[in-house]
Design a protein around this ligand. Structure first.
Ligand code: ADP
Ligand code: SF4
Length: 730
């Protein structure tokens, strides 16, 4: 199918300074956990996007000096010749596919805790970071300012040596240049503080110096949060944003526009729970109106119609994307070729971001199981090794794990039967999408459903069997498949078993009329009373989502939080607005409390920290602390048990127990994947299905093959040069 001619505008080249972008698709800087220490990962992840049609591809934020060290999080670094050499692998690979490589030069000031380098960060004024609250900076004097500006220049020169085409002075997410611009950070009374001109001086001078150093060879970009979204105390688009943009425009070849700060950067990387595609356009277009240089805007753009509208209406010249490029590295190519329904649409869950927030392990993606695995496992999102046997495969369970496994096995040419009792592919995603704000997570199911249906048309031996009787071990063995994959998922505990006590809670029983599991709430068959108590021991989205759903429906909702409510949502950047939402719906929380027993219409709660703080030996059978006496009763009409999950692994156990019958039935092996193995994130279930499908010929395919590790190996020289390995003294 040819592409719609109205999308041609997205494929027009655009000049940015001395360089030309071949089209309007641009991967803005985003973290992946590679930095400059894992050059293979960095090169493979980024160049795959060049292969997939992106015209400009950036590093993540790239530190210019040890004074800006984000450890425990992982940034790129361009501190010395070793970093230049490692990042060169990325630029060389990107250039092979005709794309431009960009580097986002970064100095974090107080937002960078310098845990590795132990250097003191410098800033416009002394303050404690609102993001890293124990990190203060030293207020810069004029010598400091000149010195730090020289760091940018030196880093820019090294970037040119590393082969970068685009060099950023990064001022978004409230890093140093924006700190000078913003009165929230800048309290100076000298020529770098006070008036907007003075506050802009550091950024403008830095751009001038970097431009002078590398501007003939590289395009100069700046990333600018045009509005920090806290009114007059920060940067406001119409008050400061437009004026600064007009001031700096002659020094810039490319404007990369966004909003927000670092402490709440979910306002920029907006989760789909709260923000639709294109949510930043109202701000981007303000800047586009006042500058002459090309502008790029972000906002989880995945729809070619929306992208075309942005460019044709003049809201931005270039489509910037981080998450859509992770979810589908071949997005531009698919649009170019008119393969619209092959696009793997980002669901906006921010699980990719969660890994950076936690502290730098490789990024993962819910939609794209190959993200982060390009180098270490050699996986390509669009290319699959051909099957090496004629084995046919039965996959039981069409949730994220089973459907992904079936899809990849079919791509590899295997004959696959995907079998489920449910009427629709998708497993538990089908009910999750009914929770407030999570509708877009349905793209995960839709992508697999559509691809599998296409693949079944190509190989008529393959089949999707939905609405079936529950599969039994005997039926699975007699099915006629050589290999059986069990992907039967997990369920919420009906007896209150939880991560705190590891036991059922006396009286917890979701077969009773007034107690419900999340599945029962979502099925909607059991009546729910006015006063709802949610007993929680889960740290992700289920309890707050159910609370929101029921409060909107008019119930009075109280959450007994158990563990830190919604803690993982800090990492997905959903936490602040989730908390605002609970607050505006008057949802009550009883924090640091859990439940000891349940009776009809009431549960006994206790304070988790209610025991004595002094620990002493008191003999066998006696707790070594003063007993907890904080128990009290809480009444409910309905109690929701969000206490924990367990695998639906009975079918797999039965199959394992009947191993003796495998050979007589022609069964060579049986595997267990996804939540049926252990309940985890949708991303993990998807990965698990994908991994098995790629490695199913291995002798022990249930367990992953080793992956390539990029580690420093003793005996190889250290950086900077001259600090070569020394004799270890004890
Ligand atoms: P995962 O996240 O691991 O993919 P899900 O819970 O989303 O797991 O999906 C599991 C799927 O397996 C559901 O669609 C469910 O209907 C199906 N299923 C579970 N047990 C059986 C069974 N015995 N026979 C057929 N389908 C099953
Ligand atoms: Fe999009 Fe979620 Fe993948 Fe991130 S993890 S790219 S938000 S689908």
């Amino acid at each position: 199918m040819a592409r719609d001619p109205k999308h041609d505008i997205l494929f027009q080249p655009l000049k940015i300074g001395p360089k030309v972008l071949r089209n309007r698709f641009y991967q803005v800087p985003h973290c992946i956990g590679a930095g400059s220490d894992r050059p293979g990962f960095q090169a493979a992840h980024r160049s795959l996007k060049a292969e997939g049609g992106w015209a400009g591809i950036n590093t993540e934020y790239c530190s210019i000096h040890p004074e800006s060290d984000d450890t425990h999080r992982l940034s790129a670094r361009i501190w010395d010749a070793g970093d230049v050499r490692n990042l060169r692998a990325m630029t060389d690979h990107i250039h092979k596919y005709g794309a431009l490589a960009g580097v986002e030069l970064w100095y974090g000031s107080s937002h960078a805790p310098n845990m590795e380098s132990r250097a003191t960060p410098r800033g416009p004024s002394q303050y404690a970071s609102e993001f890293e609250t124990l990190t203060y900076c030293k207020e810069m004097d004029l010598d400091d300012i000149a010195m730090v500006q020289q760091y940018y220049v030196d880093a820019a020169l090294r970037s040119r040596d590393a082969g970068f085409d685009i060099v950023y002075v990064y001022g978004a997410h409230s890093y140093l240049p924006l700190q000078f611009l913003s009165p929230y950070y800048n309290k100076r009374r000298d020529g770098y503080g006070g008036s907007l001109e003075n506050r802009a001086r550091f950024w403008v001078e830095t751009l001038e110096k970097v431009r002078k150093a590398v501007g003939h060879d590289c395009a100069i970009a700046t990333r600018f949060a045009v509005d920090t979204l806290y009114g007059q105390s920060g940067v406001e688009a119409e008050r400061d944003g437009v004026k600064f943009a007009a001031m700096a425009d002659p020094l810039v070849d490319l404007w990369d526009i966004d909003v927000g700060d670092i402490a709440e950067w979910g306002e920029d990387a907006g989760p789909s729970r709260f923000y639709l595609q294109g949510h930043q356009v109202p701000w981007t277009r303000i800047i586009k109106q006042v500058v002459k240089k090309p502008v790029l805007g972000v906002g989880r753009f995945t729809d070619p119609e929306k992208m075309t509208e942005i460019v044709t209406k003049g809201f931005a010249d270039i489509i910037g994307a981080a998450r859509p490029s992770i979810s589908d590295p071949w997005l531009p190519k698919k649009i170019e070729e008119g393969r619209y329904d092959d696009i793997r649409v980002c669901i906006g869950c921010n699980v990719c971001i969660s890994r950076w927030e936690i502290g730098g392990p490789p990024m993962i993606c819910t939609q794209n199981a190959t993200a982060g695995e390009e180098y270490r496992r050699g996986w390509h999102p669009e290319k699959f090794p051909k099957k090496t046997s004629d084995d046919s495969i039965l996959v039981v369970g069409a949730g994220p794990a089973g459907s992904e496994s079936a899809r990849v096995l079919m791509e590899r040419g295997y004959t696959v039967h995907l079998y489920d009792t449910a009427q629709k592919i998708g497993g538990h995603v089908n009910s999750i999408v009914t929770l407030p704000g999570l509708g877009e997570w349905g793209y995960h199911r839709d992508y697999r459903e559509l691809q599998i249906n296409k693949l079944v048309k190509k190989n008529r031996q393959s089949q999707v069997a939905l609405g079936q009787k529950p599969m039994t071990a005997a039926a699975a063995l007699a099915y006629g498949a050589e290999k059986i994959v069990i992907a039967t998922g997990s369920a919420w505990n009906t007896d209150g078993t939880n991560c705190l006590t590891h036991d059922p809670i006396p009286g917890a029983d979701a077969s009773k009329a007034d107690q419900l599991t999340p599945e029962q709430v979502l099925e909607g068959k059991k009546p729910i009373g006015k006063r709802v108590v949610i007993l929680n021991a889960d740290t992700y989205f289920m309890a707050p989502s159910l609370a929101e759903k029921l409060a909107v429906a008019g119930h009075d909702v109280t959450i007994v939080t158990g563990v830190h409510l919604a803690n993982y949502m800090h990492f997905t950047l959903e936490y602040p607005n989730m908390m605002r939402r609970l607050h505006e719906l008057h949802i009550k929380e009883i924090q640091n409390a859990f439940c000891s027993r349940i009776e009809a219409g009431r549960l006994e709660v206790y304070d988790i920290w209610g025991e004595g703080s002094k620990r002493s030996y008191r003999g066998p059978g006696v707790l070594p602390r003063d007993p907890n006496k904080t128990q009290r009763w809480l009444d409910f009409d309905s109690l929701l048990l969000v206490t924990g999950r367990h695998s639906n692994d009975a079918l797999h156990r039965e199959l394992k127990d009947s191993k003796a019958k495998w050979a007589e039935n022609g069964v060579k092996d049986v595997y267990l994947i996804g939540d049926a193995e252990a309940p985890r994130l949708i991303a993990d279930a998807t990965f698990s299905g994908h991994r098995l499908a790629r490695e199913i010929e291995e002798a022990n395919a249930q367990f992953p093959k080793p992956y390539r590790r990029e580690v420093a190996v003793w005996g190889v020289s250290h950086m900077p040069e001259g600090s070569t390995q020394v004799e270890y003294q004890t």
